[in-house]
Write a protein that binds this ligand. Structure first.
Ligand code: CDP
Ligand code: MG
Length: 138
């Protein structure tokens, strides 16, 4: 069993798609073990995405990610990092496979509705960032 961080981004929260995304997570058999709505400050967004600090889309991305509340969650399951990214689809919704969240729900390359960690190490780091006070494992 391993864990990954998901975010439901501002565009999806704004369009009342929180339940739709969580339904897809649960239907896929991933367990939601932490969940919280937060409104990131621009500084929070800059810190979360600092790996992209040199990229041309960084400033706009951070502004968008702090433009309204997001839902951050921790998903648990075997191979959760890969499975959640598969449900999300490609970063660019125009290139995302049919049936994926980004294909079905995203607005644009930037406003692509969801986030998922890209590796186990990043997942641990991103989960710590949100400090979701996860239930202890029995
Ligand atoms: O989110 P993902 O890991 O699929 O993609 P990323 O390459 O880590 O980029 C992080 C986020 O930056 C994306 O999800 C988009 O919201 C945004 N982005 C963008 O606005 N323009 C790009 N050319 C690439 C990414
Ligand atoms: Mg990424």
């Amino acid at each position: 069993m391993d864990r990954t961080l998901m975010m439901i981004k501002p565009d999806a929260v704004r369009r009342n798609l929180v339940g739709e995304v969580l339904r897809r997570v649960e239907n896929a058999g991933l367990k939601i073990v932490g969940l919280r709505m937060v409104h990131l400050s621009i500084e929070d967004a800059q810190e979360f995405y600092r790996v992209h600090a040199e990229r041309p889309f960084y400033a706009s991305l951070c502004k968008y990610m702090s433009s309204g509340p997001i839902v951050a969650g921790v998903l648990e399951g075997e191979d959760s990092v890969r499975r959640w990214r598969e449900l999300m689809g490609a970063t660019n919704p125009a290139e995302a496979a049919p049936g994926t969240i980004r294909k079905d729900l995203a607005v644009s390359l930037e406003e692509n509705s969801v986030h998922g960690s890209d590796a186990r190490e990043t997942a641990d780091q991103e989960i710590r960032f949100f400090d979701l006070k996860l239930p202890l494992r029995g």
